[in-house]
Design a protein around this ligand. Structure first.
Ligand code: MG
Length: 389
């Protein structure tokens, strides 16, 4: 039976992906990329040990993101990917594996099935690499962008990791390449070819993408269901006072009395604003718009909800749903419900189907039952991109 050990290469700097973390430590759908890669290999029964290779500067980062995993103690990589792989190969020498799998940490979507295919494919040869056919036409061009030729794509393959090799042969090839001063092989298959090993291809997986650019991360995030879902709640009350209308949900509703208090006293928009701010964990309406500030006296409340909705967008998120319940005996609200939905949707920048407005009485009980004021309760559901680990 094959005794296979996996070496996970994670020593690159990954500046192309943007952000302030090396890309292998960035979080995609709540899980750091490297952790996802290591966990996939740890779940694989045929893989008896997992050897991470990291950058010396990333020791703390590695401990925080993957320290709890049952992997071998990380070793430091070198200046090139090739040197990092060699460090990993040397580090597992005492395990005397028959097969080694070399995997890039920035391919977190490699599947267990792909690993099994790798281990099956390497039987009877020195190395096996996952490959995809090239479906686009491939041209060679000169520095000015002029087309020189069209390649025969039936002979071309896009190669991924994990790549599987006979361990003793690959270790020997790496040592020989280092001794020969060769440090420029972009993958282990290339080094194996140079060393005269026989390498075959097996079926790769289109899902097994290498996270390289910010667009790769955005696509991966979207594919996994964008970010995290959060909810917030809001509650507000305003007392009846002088007047001939109330403002509720941004809609003017004629009534024998008005509502008194902060701004235009739209308890519904205030509750919604607090719900959105609550989902963001960014304070409350009174903190952002102090009632004592004369600027907000009699002011339309749509600006408060618009502000909160802007805060969600500023964080790269989106409001998924707003749910509002208004509690009062009078005025009767049923006829105004649709107008309130449409107004709230317009203020928050949503489609109407993402806004629910309900009205109820409190059966003549309590301050709302006695007709002393109006209460509003709201729930906001928002989506935010996943944060840092
Ligand atoms: Mg209020």
């Amino acid at each position: 039976m094959t005794r296979a050990v996996a070496v996970v290469v994670a020593a690159g700097r990954g500046i192309r992906a943007g952000g302030d973390l090396p890309k292998q430590y960035r979080v995609v759908a709540g899980i750091p990329v490297i952790r996802r890669s290591l966990e996939m290999l740890l779940r694989q029964a045929e893989v008896s040990a997992v050897q991470p290779v990291i950058h010396p500067d990333d020791e703390d980062l590695f401990r925080r993101t993957a320290g709890a995993l049952d992997v071998r103690e990380a070793v430091w990589g070198g200046a090139t990917r090739q040197e990092s792989v060699r460090a990993g190969l040397e580090a597992i020498a005492a395990l005397r594996p028959e097969i080694v799998l070399i995997h890039d940490a920035v391919r977190p979507f490699a599947s267990p099935a792909l690993v099994s295919r790798a281990l099956a494919a390497v039987e009877g040869c020195d190395g096996a690499v996952p490959a995809l056919p090239v479906t686009d036409t491939v041209k060679t061009v000169d520095a000015a962008g002029r087309v020189l030729s069209t390649l025969d794509r039936t002979m071309l393959r896009l190669v991924q990791t994990p790549q599987a090799f006979a361990y003793p042969a690959l270790l020997d090839a790496h040592r020989r390449a280092a001794a020969a001063g060769r440090t420029d092989f972009s993958d282990d298959a290339a080094l194996a070819e140079w060393a005269g090993m026989t390498v075959t291809v097996f079926e790769g997986d289109p899902e097994n993408i290498k996270l390289t650019t910010p667009e790769d991360f955005a696509r991966a995030e979207a594919a996994l269901g964008m970010g995290e879902v959060r909810t917030g709640t809001g509650f507000d009350v305003h007392a009846f006072g002088e007047g001939d209308h109330v403002m509720l949900g941004g809609v003017r509703i004629p009534h024998t009395r008005g509502l008194s208090g902060h701004s235009d006293a739209d308890a519904a928009l205030h509750a919604l604003t607090d719900a959105v701010l609550g989902a963001l964990a960014e304070g409350d309406i009174g903190e952002h718009f102090p009632p004592r500030d004369p600027r907000w006296r009699g002011a339309p409340s749509d600006q408060f909800l618009r502000f909160a909705a802007e805060r969600v967008r500023a964080r790269g998120g989106a409001i998924a749903h707003l749910d509002l319940t208004i509690v009062c005996e009078a005025p009767r609200l049923a006829a105004h419900r649709q107008a309130m939905r449409e107004r709230i949707a317009a203020i928050a920048g949503l489609t109407v189907d993402r806004v629910a407005v309900k009205a109820t009485t409190s059966e003549k009980l309590g301050f709302t039952g006695r007709g002393e004021g109006i209460a509003a309760l709201a729930t906001a559901t928002i989506r935010l991109p996943w944060g840092a680990p």
